[in-house]
Design a protein around this ligand. Structure first.
Ligand code: FES
Length: 125
């Protein structure tokens, strides 16, 4: 079955993330040229496999996991800040968080381009 490869741009305002097939596609907001900056990364969090398409985009333009708030640089797929908790616990875990971040900096998310084409944002290679 073919996977969808696009989402209407109207459904992707700045700060949001949507599921597009195997990809979490988001909008980092306007860049220096005034155009929205879209991204596409693989959807599975490197920590405990949350669906990153249900995450959000923070003020720095990082993708934030919905479960324990690990943060990813969507340009490289690297985890830049580890989780704040594990399983059902949410709180400080500095040593554990650092170890997971180290793993996430090596086992990066896959990255694709996401570009505006007409009224849609399309995931491309
Ligand atoms: S599953 Fe993503 S931070 Fe825990």
């Amino acid at each position: 079955m073919p996977q969808p490869d696009s989402v209407p741009a109207a459904d992707l305002p700045p700060g949001t993330v949507r599921r597009v097939g195997d990809w979490a596609v988001g909008n980092r907001g306007a860049g220096p040229d005034g155009d929205d900056r879209y991204f596409a990364v693989s959807r599975i969090c490197r920590h405990q496999l949350a669906d990153l398409a249900e995450g959000s985009v923070d003020a720095d333009g990082c993708l934030v996991c919905p479960w324990h708030q690990s943060r990813y640089d969507v340009r490289t797929g690297e985890m830049v800040e580890g989780p704040r908790g594990f399983l059902g616990y949410h709180g400080p875990t500095p040593v554990y968080s650092g170890l997971v971040r180290l793993l996430g900096s090596i086992a990066r998310l896959r990255v694709r381009r996401a570009v505006r084409t007409g009224d849609d944002v399309v995931v491309t290679d």
